[in-house]
Structures are given as C-alpha cells and as structure tokens.
Design a protein around this ligand. Structure first.
Ligand code: HEC
Ligand code: HEC
Length: 331
C-alpha cells in the first residue's frame, strides 16, 4: 500500500513513467495450455469420453451432452438422457472444467474424477451401472491393452475409468482467446467496443463473481441477490449438498470462457441469448438496468472469451467382441 502510494505520488510529479498494464492487475488471468503427464491415459480417456457403450442404450456418450464440436455442451435448456429422459438441469461445458473449485452446479463432486462416475450410473443420463461398464471394457482386448499402457496393468476398474476420463478432461482448456492475447500485451487484439464492454463488466461489478482464469468457477454465489430469480425449476443449488438454508439458490458461478458457444444460459437453461443473460445478471445480481448499447458492449466483450477449441483426431473405437454385453436401448 505504502509502495503504491509512493508510486502514485512519483507519477503525479512525473518522475517515473507509468508501469505497463499487467494482467496481474486484472480480475481475469489468461488460460495456459495443459501439458499432460501421461499421454496414454489421455488417449484412453478420450476414447472413453466418446464411447457410447458406457451407456445402457449403447447410444449415449459423454460427448452426447458435452459435445466438443459445440463448446462442450449440448445447447439444450436441459439435457436428454436414457430413453429420452428430460433432465432437471442444464449441462455445463466440460471446457476448462478442471479450473472449477468443484464440479456440478451445486459442487457435489469434489473434482473431475469424482464427477466422471456419476453420469454412467445415473438412470436419467447413461442409465448403466459401473459393473456393466467395466464388463464392456474388459470384453474388448484393445481396451485391456490400452489400460495396461496407461496404468501398467490390464485390470480394469471404475477408478481407472474415471482417472482416464479426468486426465482427458484436463486437456480440454481453451487458451489464446482474443481477450487473453490482450491480457498478454497485444493491445490490438480487442476493438474499442469490446474494451468498453470489459470496462463495464469490471465497473458494474460482474467481476466480483466472474473472475480468475475461468472468469467464474471459483465460488458459490446466490442467484438473485437484488431480486429473486423466477423459475419453474425445482433445483435448489448448494442447499441440496449442505442442507443449510443460507445455501438455497447458491450455485457455482459458471465460467464465462466460451460463453458465446454454450447457450442457453443459467442452471435451468431459461435465458436463450447472451443479451438476455446479461440483462438478467445486471438486474438480479447488481440491481442495474443496462441500456441496449451497454448490453451490446458487454456481450461483445464476452465473445472475446472464446478460446482455441480442443483439436484432435476423432478416436476410432475398438469393436465389441462376442463377449461384450449388448446394448438395451429401449429398456
Ligand atoms: C445425458 C446428458 C449427460 C451425459 C451423458 C453426461 N453429462 Fe456431464 N453433465 C450433464 C449435466 C446435466 C450436468 C450438470 C448436472 C448438475 O450440475 O447437477 C453435467 C455436469 C458435468 C460436469 C461438471 C461441469 C461443471 O462445470 O460443474 C462434468 C465435468 C461432466 N458433466 C462430465 C461428464 C462426463 C465425463 C460424462 C461421461 C462419463 C458426462 N458428463 C456425461 C449432462 C450429461
Ligand atoms: C453475485 C455474483 C454475480 C454477479 C455480480 C454476476 N454474476 Fe453472472 N452468474 C452468477 C451465478 C451464480 C450464475 C449462475 C446462475 C444460475 O444459473 O442460476 C451466473 C451466470 C451468468 C451467466 C450465464 C452463464 C451460463 O453458462 O449459464 C452469464 C452470461 C453471466 N452470469 C454474466 C454476468 C455478467 C455480464 C454480470 C455483470 C452484469 C454478472 N454475470 C454478474 C453470479 C454472478
């Protein structure tokens, strides 16, 4: 503090030049590319992420609801699971999910490994059981060989399945957005409108909740600070984990990275556009009504958060064998 005051006073008398803007002074930090520790495990995790045979129907994979061609989400208000089951909540993106303080809207899974077992056995998602998923993998020689490469043993269990999926998910970061280029010093990376949007984002208080490298994911906050949120959804957020009244309607602040791609918005998927979401946030979280022009500027800024999407060869999955349990799509 004293040092800062000193610098400010020195600046005032013009004795030293203004320091260059550094991203350390900004509420948002750039995303760095991920360097995997175990390439074999990542490759295996990628196959598992895309393999629909981990579902009862043989039809639904992680990628069905977290489509990596569409920002890691399904772009539906709430997801469709086994036998066209209507899900209770919107699928968040898997992009940059390794940066979250915990997983799910209510944070009920502590990390990606803890999360990854959930959907396989969830009757409304993949509708399978861990034992059956492991039976499928064990029946396929190439999978056994790949578990051996990744883990040093071809004994397959659900813990290894979720380790591999988590290792793949850790690679799903999106560096090099235009905003990150700007943060790193390329002052031509943003237009004047986008910069004004960022200024509004900071000055009106959005960054008090949406901050850090993921521009979110770092805390639980109430949905509806100034005004209650009206929704038909029965989901109660963090309350369902802690049972504390104060946690009713507390949700993990979603990342705003790639938010241009992950419509519709909010846990109930009720905001179809980014313009809607920004207006609702202004009103409910900050008690502020943005003009059309202000809203457009913030939206323009948010679109600069779209980063380099993960690029890889689509995995070719090994065929089932005569021993592989068969899919039951309609049971
Ligand atoms: C039927 C659709 C569906 C399938 C299949 C599915 N998910 Fe999800 N996923 C969701 C929904 C919906 C949520 C949010 C649930 C909640 O928060 O209560 C979610 C949440 C997540 C999250 C937490 C992200 C965050 O920001 O909190 C991760 C990570 C994830 N899924 C990974 C996976 C993996 C890995 C698989 C495959 C094993 C998978 N999902 C299969 C719909 C699906
Ligand atoms: C008090 C904390 C807080 C403040 C301030 C805040 N947000 Fe949010 N934001 C949240 C929470 C919590 C959610 C999730 C709410 C839900 O889904 O019910 C969210 C959701 C969003 C979403 C939807 C993301 C998605 O994937 O569904 C956008 C976009 C967004 N905020 C932008 C903004 C903008 C722009 C501002 C400033 C005008 C802002 N937020 C201010 C906490 C906050």
């Amino acid at each position: 503090m004293i040092l800062r005051a000193l610098i400010v006073s020195l600046l005032a008398v013009g004795t030293i030049a203004a320091p260059p803007a550094m991203s350390a002074d900004e509420p948002i930090q750039p995303i760095e590319a991920h360097k995997p520790k175990n390439e074999n495990m990542v490759e295996l995790g990628k196959m598992l992420f895309f393999d629909p045979r981990l579902s009862k129907s043989g039809f639904i994979s992680c990628n069905s609801c977290h489509n990596l061609s569409m920002g890691g989400s399904d772009n539906l208000p709430t997801s469709i699971g086994h036998k066209w089951h209507q899900g209770p909540i919107s699928a968040p993106t898997v992009l940059n999910s390794s940066l979250n303080l915990a997983q799910f809207w209510d944070g009920r899974a502590k990390d990606l490994k803890d999360q990854a077992g959930g959907p396989i056995a969830n009757p409304g998602e993949m509708g399978f059981s861990h034992a059956l998923a492991v039976d499928v993998l064990r029946s396929i020689p190439e999978y056994r060989a790949r578990f051996k490469q990744a883990f040093g043993s071809d004994q397959i269990d659900i813990g290894k399945v979720t380790d591999a999926i988590a290792a793949f998910e850790e690679t799903l970061v999106t560096p090099d957005s235009r905003f990150d280029k700007w943060l790193k010093g390329d002052k031509t990376a943003l237009t004047q409108t986008e910069l004004e949007g960022y200024k509004l984002f900071k000055e009106s208080g959005c960054a008090s909740c949406h901050n850090g490298p993921a521009v979110g994911g770092a805390s639980y906050q109430k949905m509806g600070v100034h005004e209650p949120y009206k929704t038909a959804s029965k989901v109660e957020g963090r309350f369902s984990v802690t049972g504390k009244d104060a946690d009713r309607f507390m949700f993990k602040v979603p990342t705003l990275r790639n938010v241009e791609l992950t419509y519709p918005y909010f846990h109930d998927g009720a905001a179809p556009t980014l313009e809607d979401a920004v207006n609702t946030m202004g009103r409910l979280q900050l008690g502020r009504k943005f003009t059309k022009d202000e809203n457009a500027k913030i939206v323009a800024f948010l679109k600069t958060l779209t980063g380099k999407q993960p690029e890889f060869k689509l995995p070719v999955l090994p065929p089932s064998t005569n021993e592989t349990p068969r899919p039951k799509p309609f049971e």
